[in-house]
Design a binder for this molecule. Structure first.
Ligand code: GLP
Length: 248
Protein backbone atom coordinates (compact mmCIF):
# COMPACT_ATOMS: atom_id res chain seq x y z
CA UNK A 1 0.00 0.00 0.00
CA UNK A 2 2.78 2.50 0.94
CA UNK A 3 5.63 2.94 -1.53
CA UNK A 4 8.57 5.21 -0.70
CA UNK A 5 10.42 6.96 -3.53
CA UNK A 6 13.59 9.05 -3.21
CA UNK A 7 12.14 12.28 -4.63
CA UNK A 8 8.92 13.87 -5.97
CA UNK A 9 10.40 13.59 -9.47
CA UNK A 10 10.85 9.81 -9.20
CA UNK A 11 7.21 9.52 -8.14
CA UNK A 12 6.21 11.70 -11.09
CA UNK A 13 8.13 9.57 -13.60
CA UNK A 14 6.73 6.33 -12.20
CA UNK A 15 3.11 7.50 -11.92
CA UNK A 16 3.06 9.07 -15.35
CA UNK A 17 4.27 5.74 -16.73
CA UNK A 18 1.34 4.04 -14.98
CA UNK A 19 -1.11 6.53 -16.52
CA UNK A 20 0.46 6.17 -19.94
CA UNK A 21 0.11 2.38 -19.90
CA UNK A 22 -3.46 2.65 -18.68
CA UNK A 23 -4.43 4.94 -21.56
CA UNK A 24 -2.51 2.83 -24.08
CA UNK A 25 -4.47 -0.25 -23.04
CA UNK A 26 -7.79 1.66 -22.87
CA UNK A 27 -7.83 4.91 -24.91
CA UNK A 28 -11.28 5.67 -23.47
CA UNK A 29 -9.99 5.72 -19.88
CA UNK A 30 -11.88 7.85 -17.36
CA UNK A 31 -9.40 9.67 -15.15
CA UNK A 32 -10.15 11.27 -11.79
CA UNK A 33 -7.76 14.18 -11.39
CA UNK A 34 -6.52 16.30 -8.51
CA UNK A 35 -5.02 19.77 -8.14
CA UNK A 36 -2.36 21.07 -5.77
CA UNK A 37 1.39 21.52 -5.97
CA UNK A 38 1.94 17.76 -5.46
CA UNK A 39 0.35 17.14 -8.85
CA UNK A 40 2.44 19.65 -10.85
CA UNK A 41 5.53 17.46 -11.44
CA UNK A 42 3.25 14.50 -12.18
CA UNK A 43 1.36 16.33 -14.92
CA UNK A 44 4.62 17.75 -16.33
CA UNK A 45 6.19 14.27 -16.51
CA UNK A 46 3.03 12.80 -18.01
CA UNK A 47 2.85 15.44 -20.74
CA UNK A 48 6.51 14.75 -21.65
CA UNK A 49 6.01 11.00 -21.77
CA UNK A 50 2.73 11.30 -23.67
CA UNK A 51 4.29 13.58 -26.28
CA UNK A 52 7.43 11.52 -26.78
CA UNK A 53 5.43 8.31 -27.16
CA UNK A 54 2.72 9.90 -29.37
CA UNK A 55 -0.01 8.85 -26.92
CA UNK A 56 -3.54 9.42 -28.18
CA UNK A 57 -5.39 11.48 -25.55
CA UNK A 58 -8.35 12.38 -27.73
CA UNK A 59 -10.70 9.76 -26.25
CA UNK A 60 -10.00 10.06 -22.53
CA UNK A 61 -12.51 11.68 -20.19
CA UNK A 62 -11.49 13.45 -17.01
CA UNK A 63 -13.25 14.45 -13.81
CA UNK A 64 -11.67 16.70 -11.23
CA UNK A 65 -12.19 16.30 -7.54
CA UNK A 66 -13.17 19.77 -6.54
CA UNK A 67 -13.53 23.51 -7.12
CA UNK A 68 -13.79 26.60 -4.96
CA UNK A 69 -17.23 28.19 -4.71
CA UNK A 70 -17.18 31.79 -5.93
CA UNK A 71 -14.16 31.61 -8.24
CA UNK A 72 -14.85 31.94 -11.96
CA UNK A 73 -13.00 29.49 -14.24
CA UNK A 74 -10.65 32.24 -15.43
CA UNK A 75 -9.65 33.20 -11.86
CA UNK A 76 -5.92 32.38 -11.50
CA UNK A 77 -6.59 30.34 -8.33
CA UNK A 78 -9.57 28.40 -9.63
CA UNK A 79 -8.93 24.70 -10.08
CA UNK A 80 -10.20 24.99 -13.65
CA UNK A 81 -7.41 27.48 -14.33
CA UNK A 82 -4.88 25.20 -12.60
CA UNK A 83 -5.89 22.24 -14.76
CA UNK A 84 -5.83 24.24 -18.00
CA UNK A 85 -2.39 25.62 -17.16
CA UNK A 86 -0.71 22.47 -15.86
CA UNK A 87 -2.42 19.73 -17.79
CA UNK A 88 -5.21 20.22 -20.32
CA UNK A 89 -3.76 22.98 -22.51
CA UNK A 90 -0.17 21.67 -22.73
CA UNK A 91 -1.46 18.11 -23.26
CA UNK A 92 -3.89 19.25 -25.99
CA UNK A 93 -6.96 17.91 -24.14
CA UNK A 94 -10.21 19.55 -25.32
CA UNK A 95 -12.63 21.19 -22.92
CA UNK A 96 -15.32 18.76 -24.13
CA UNK A 97 -13.33 15.90 -22.56
CA UNK A 98 -13.00 17.44 -19.11
CA UNK A 99 -15.33 18.07 -16.20
CA UNK A 100 -14.87 20.03 -13.02
CA UNK A 101 -17.62 20.96 -10.59
CA UNK A 102 -18.74 24.54 -11.17
CA UNK A 103 -18.25 26.91 -8.28
CA UNK A 104 -20.24 29.62 -10.03
CA UNK A 105 -23.63 28.05 -10.73
CA UNK A 106 -26.89 29.40 -9.32
CA UNK A 107 -28.19 26.09 -8.03
CA UNK A 108 -25.29 24.46 -6.26
CA UNK A 109 -27.29 21.50 -4.93
CA UNK A 110 -28.40 20.68 -8.47
CA UNK A 111 -24.79 21.02 -9.66
CA UNK A 112 -23.71 18.42 -7.05
CA UNK A 113 -26.38 15.95 -8.19
CA UNK A 114 -25.52 16.45 -11.84
CA UNK A 115 -21.80 16.02 -11.23
CA UNK A 116 -22.36 12.71 -9.42
CA UNK A 117 -24.64 11.59 -12.23
CA UNK A 118 -22.14 12.57 -14.90
CA UNK A 119 -19.44 10.43 -13.28
CA UNK A 120 -21.82 7.47 -13.20
CA UNK A 121 -22.90 8.05 -16.79
CA UNK A 122 -19.25 7.91 -17.83
CA UNK A 123 -19.07 4.43 -16.28
CA UNK A 124 -17.22 5.52 -13.13
CA UNK A 125 -13.56 6.40 -12.67
CA UNK A 126 -10.87 4.01 -13.87
CA UNK A 127 -8.26 5.67 -11.71
CA UNK A 128 -8.42 8.50 -9.18
CA UNK A 129 -5.35 10.59 -8.33
CA UNK A 130 -5.29 12.19 -4.90
CA UNK A 131 -3.14 14.54 -2.90
CA UNK A 132 -3.72 14.95 0.82
CA UNK A 133 -4.27 17.95 3.05
CA UNK A 134 -2.18 18.34 6.21
CA UNK A 135 -5.38 17.52 8.14
CA UNK A 136 -5.95 14.33 6.15
CA UNK A 137 -8.53 15.71 3.72
CA UNK A 138 -8.93 14.15 0.28
CA UNK A 139 -10.51 16.29 -2.41
CA UNK A 140 -12.05 18.84 -0.06
CA UNK A 141 -13.56 16.19 2.21
CA UNK A 142 -12.59 17.64 5.55
CA UNK A 143 -12.25 15.66 8.81
CA UNK A 144 -15.68 14.49 9.98
CA UNK A 145 -17.11 14.08 6.45
CA UNK A 146 -19.23 10.90 6.35
CA UNK A 147 -17.60 8.14 4.34
CA UNK A 148 -20.97 7.75 2.57
CA UNK A 149 -20.83 11.28 1.10
CA UNK A 150 -21.27 11.98 -2.62
CA UNK A 151 -20.53 15.29 -4.38
CA UNK A 152 -21.42 18.06 -1.93
CA UNK A 153 -20.70 21.56 -0.69
CA UNK A 154 -18.15 21.94 2.09
CA UNK A 155 -17.24 24.66 4.53
CA UNK A 156 -13.44 24.78 4.35
CA UNK A 157 -11.62 24.36 7.66
CA UNK A 158 -9.33 27.11 8.93
CA UNK A 159 -6.43 24.67 8.53
CA UNK A 160 -7.19 24.17 4.83
CA UNK A 161 -7.73 27.89 4.17
CA UNK A 162 -4.41 28.65 5.89
CA UNK A 163 -2.56 25.94 3.90
CA UNK A 164 -4.06 27.04 0.58
CA UNK A 165 -3.56 30.72 1.38
CA UNK A 166 -0.04 30.44 -0.02
CA UNK A 167 -1.49 30.50 -3.54
CA UNK A 168 -3.47 33.72 -2.99
CA UNK A 169 -2.09 37.27 -2.80
CA UNK A 170 -4.14 37.89 0.30
CA UNK A 171 -5.01 34.94 2.54
CA UNK A 172 -8.45 36.47 3.19
CA UNK A 173 -9.26 35.88 -0.48
CA UNK A 174 -9.30 32.09 0.03
CA UNK A 175 -12.92 31.07 -0.47
CA UNK A 176 -14.74 29.73 2.56
CA UNK A 177 -16.64 27.05 0.62
CA UNK A 178 -15.97 24.51 -2.07
CA UNK A 179 -17.72 21.77 -3.98
CA UNK A 180 -16.09 18.36 -3.81
CA UNK A 181 -16.54 14.85 -5.08
CA UNK A 182 -17.61 12.76 -2.10
CA UNK A 183 -15.69 9.97 -0.39
CA UNK A 184 -18.10 7.37 -1.76
CA UNK A 185 -17.31 8.44 -5.33
CA UNK A 186 -13.57 8.42 -4.66
CA UNK A 187 -13.88 4.93 -3.17
CA UNK A 188 -15.85 3.78 -6.24
CA UNK A 189 -12.86 4.42 -8.51
CA UNK A 190 -11.39 1.14 -9.76
CA UNK A 191 -7.93 2.22 -8.68
CA UNK A 192 -6.73 5.03 -6.39
CA UNK A 193 -3.26 6.56 -6.13
CA UNK A 194 -2.57 9.00 -3.30
CA UNK A 195 0.64 11.03 -3.49
CA UNK A 196 2.29 12.95 -0.65
CA UNK A 197 5.61 14.75 -0.92
CA UNK A 198 7.64 17.07 1.30
CA UNK A 199 8.40 17.26 5.00
CA UNK A 200 5.20 19.27 5.64
CA UNK A 201 3.27 16.06 4.86
CA UNK A 202 5.36 13.86 7.21
CA UNK A 203 3.06 14.25 10.21
CA UNK A 204 -0.14 13.46 8.33
CA UNK A 205 1.48 10.45 6.65
CA UNK A 206 2.65 9.06 10.00
CA UNK A 207 -0.91 9.53 11.28
CA UNK A 208 -2.36 7.86 8.19
CA UNK A 209 0.02 4.94 8.53
CA UNK A 210 -0.87 4.23 12.15
CA UNK A 211 -4.57 5.14 12.30
CA UNK A 212 -7.54 2.84 12.02
CA UNK A 213 -10.49 3.76 9.79
CA UNK A 214 -11.73 7.03 11.22
CA UNK A 215 -13.93 9.79 9.74
CA UNK A 216 -11.74 12.32 11.52
CA UNK A 217 -8.94 11.20 9.14
CA UNK A 218 -10.72 11.14 5.75
CA UNK A 219 -7.82 9.45 3.90
CA UNK A 220 -7.96 6.49 6.32
CA UNK A 221 -10.90 4.98 4.40
CA UNK A 222 -8.53 4.33 1.50
CA UNK A 223 -7.08 1.45 3.51
CA UNK A 224 -10.28 -0.41 2.64
CA UNK A 225 -9.88 0.13 -1.11
CA UNK A 226 -8.86 -2.97 -3.04
CA UNK A 227 -6.55 -1.12 -5.44
CA UNK A 228 -4.94 1.63 -3.38
CA UNK A 229 -1.34 2.76 -3.77
CA UNK A 230 0.17 5.48 -1.61
CA UNK A 231 3.30 7.02 -3.12
CA UNK A 232 5.41 9.13 -0.79
CA UNK A 233 8.85 10.65 -1.04
CA UNK A 234 11.50 10.25 1.66
CA UNK A 235 10.69 13.64 3.19
CA UNK A 236 7.02 12.74 3.64
CA UNK A 237 8.05 9.31 4.98
CA UNK A 238 10.47 10.76 7.52
CA UNK A 239 8.14 10.33 10.53
CA UNK A 240 6.87 6.86 9.67
CA UNK A 241 7.81 4.36 12.39
CA UNK A 242 11.12 2.63 11.65
CA UNK A 243 9.46 -0.79 11.36
CA UNK A 244 7.13 0.68 8.72
CA UNK A 245 10.04 1.79 6.58
CA UNK A 246 11.64 -1.65 6.84
CA UNK A 247 8.35 -3.37 6.04
CA UNK A 248 7.73 -1.12 3.03
C1 GLP B 1 -6.25 21.13 -1.79
C2 GLP B 1 -7.00 20.19 -2.69
C3 GLP B 1 -6.63 18.75 -2.44
C4 GLP B 1 -5.13 18.60 -2.39
C5 GLP B 1 -4.57 19.43 -1.26
C6 GLP B 1 -3.07 19.31 -1.11
O1 GLP B 1 -6.87 21.33 -0.59
N1 GLP B 1 -8.39 20.33 -2.59
O2 GLP B 1 -7.19 17.94 -3.45
O3 GLP B 1 -4.80 17.26 -2.18
O4 GLP B 1 -4.90 20.79 -1.56
O5 GLP B 1 -2.42 20.22 -1.96
P1 GLP B 1 -0.87 20.27 -2.20
O6 GLP B 1 -0.56 19.19 -3.18
O7 GLP B 1 -0.63 21.64 -2.77
O8 GLP B 1 -0.20 20.06 -0.90
Amino acid sequence: MFYIFPTPQTIAEHLSGVLLQKIQSNPKSVLGLATGSTMEPIYAAFINQAKSSGLNLSEITTFNLDEYIGLAPEHPQSYYHFMQTHFFRPAGICTSQVSLPSGMCNNIEEECLQYSQKIQNAGGLDIQLLGIGTNGHIGFNEPGTPFSSVTHVVELSENTRRDNGRFFEDKNQVPTKAITMGIKEIMSAKEVVLVATGSHKAEVMAHLYTTGIDEQMPASILKEHRQIKIFIDEAAASLLPMEAKLAI
